[in-house]
Design a protein around this ligand. Structure first.
Ligand code: GMT
Length: 372
């Protein structure tokens, strides 16, 4: 198959899922064309089957806002026509789904029928998508897509509750390439921060408000009073400066280390004892799955799809959003030496259900369905 993938190129979950999916499809012999405004962060193009097309936006003094969606649509029309794509798969509805639907209409006038598959990832529905400034466009693009998938049952339910959906939505969860996590070359990164006997906690995110990162710091400070431990904060984003200043007022900066964006996060994750994800919204929680694939249990909030991923009291604990008291109690339970080993084993066991080898066939089935 010749597949066009539209996605964000950044470290955000939808971009990571789209890139890993495209890489994996190309390894299975499909030809994959990525279309975005920059080369996706996890994409290296050393393959005969992978291509990247950059969308460049024409600016003009009249425009306060460069017309990205128009440029993206035009690029799609060009690539579908000249690369003879079989289908377009868009990741994150805004603005990818509506651009693809318009490209489909334009191509129809040229006698080309291109199926569009839309994968909903989270905030394109639960936060930005439901805002009146986006809602009718998202609603229309979902209903006119040839197939739609959501990354969790919770996101599917949210979509059906919030919008007027006439299309069927399949649930296809996020995935990881388990081999990558289980074959990590051991390094002594942990010893740079931790003394003998310290436990190591990790949080990774794009530092946005929906992640409730202040809860990570508050939970850590509570645990720190009872147990020797360190916290590594991975990622970057709008809230980072506020969170660093909160950390300075609450605990010692020797105990909390902000290391910024890390492309090969598995090299750090495998060293950890616990992953914290107290999000306000989290349609699936790819970062928690990456931790579990590294044998790291998770204490999370009960937002969105997290209770579908984390088995309470087995691979971690699910607590009410904002309940930092409960989160710290549950963290201490996991970090107790008599419990930690079994939680780690269970985390890896659960992650195995989301290996790419199990999830990729679901996408391929969906592609074959639209090409019939
Ligand atoms: O909000 C983010 O963390 C990034 C966002 C994205 O679309 O780039 O992530 C969403 O998609 C991921 C991949 O499907 C999910 O694992 C995340 O849970 C989801 N984030 C939210 O719902 C907040």
């Amino acid at each position: 198959m010749k597949i066009g993938i539209l996605c964000y190129p950044t470290f955000g979950g939808s971009g990571v899922v789209a890139t890993e999916l495209g890489k994996s499809l190309s390894e299975k012999g499909n030809i994959v064309h990525f279309i975005s405004y920059a080369q996706p962060a996890r994409l290296n193009l050393i393959s005969d089957n992978l291509f990247y097309h950059e969308v460049s936006v024409k600016n003009y003094p009249l425009f306060d806002f460069p017309p990205y969606e128009t440029s993206l649509t035009s690029k799609l029309v060009e690539i579908v026509k000249f690369e003879r794509l079989d289908l377009i798969h868009v990741h994150y509805a805004i603005p990818h789904a509506s651009a693809a639907i318009l490209a489909k209409e334009i191509l129809k006038t040229m006698g080309i029928n291109i199926p569009v598959i839309t994968t909903l990832h989270g905030t394109d529905i639960t936060l930005v998508g439901k805002d009146p400034s986006c809602k009718p466009v998202i609603n229309h693009s979902i209903n006119l897509s040839d197939r739609v998938s959501a990354v969790s049952q919770s996101l599917k339910d949210d979509t059906e509750k919030t919008f007027d959906i006439t299309n069927k939505i399949d649930v296809i969860p996020n995935f990881i390439d388990l081999k990558k996590y289980t074959s990590v070359k051991k390094n002594n990164y942990r010893s740079k921060f931790c003394d003998q006997g310290d436990k190591l906690l990790i949080h990774t995110s794009n530092f946005r408000k929906v992640k409730r990162i202040q809860d990570v710091i508050n939970v850590f400070c509570k645990i720190r009073k009872k147990k020797r431990c360190k916290l590594i904060m991975i990622g970057d984003g709008p809230e980072r400066a506020n969170i660093e200043s909160l950390t300075r007022t609450l605990c010692s900066l020797n105990d909390v280390i902000f290391i910024g964006k890390v492309p090969d996060v598995e090299n750090v994750l495998f060293q950890a004892d616990l992953f914290l994800l107290p999000s306000e919204k989290e349609s699936f929680g790819l970062s928690a799955l990456e931790a579990m694939a590294s044998s790291v249990p998770v204490v999370s909030s009960n937002a969105g799809g997290l209770p579908e991923l984390i088995e309470n009291a087995k691979s971690g604990y699910i607590c009410k959003i904002g309940d930092v008291e409960d989160m710290s109690k549950k963290s201490l339970d996991i970090l107790d030496d008599k419990n930690l080993k079994i939680f780690k084993e269970n985390a890896l066991k659960s992650a195995k259900n989301y290996d790419i080898e199990k999830i990729l066939p679901e996408y391929i089935k969906m592609y074959k369905g639209v090409l019939k």
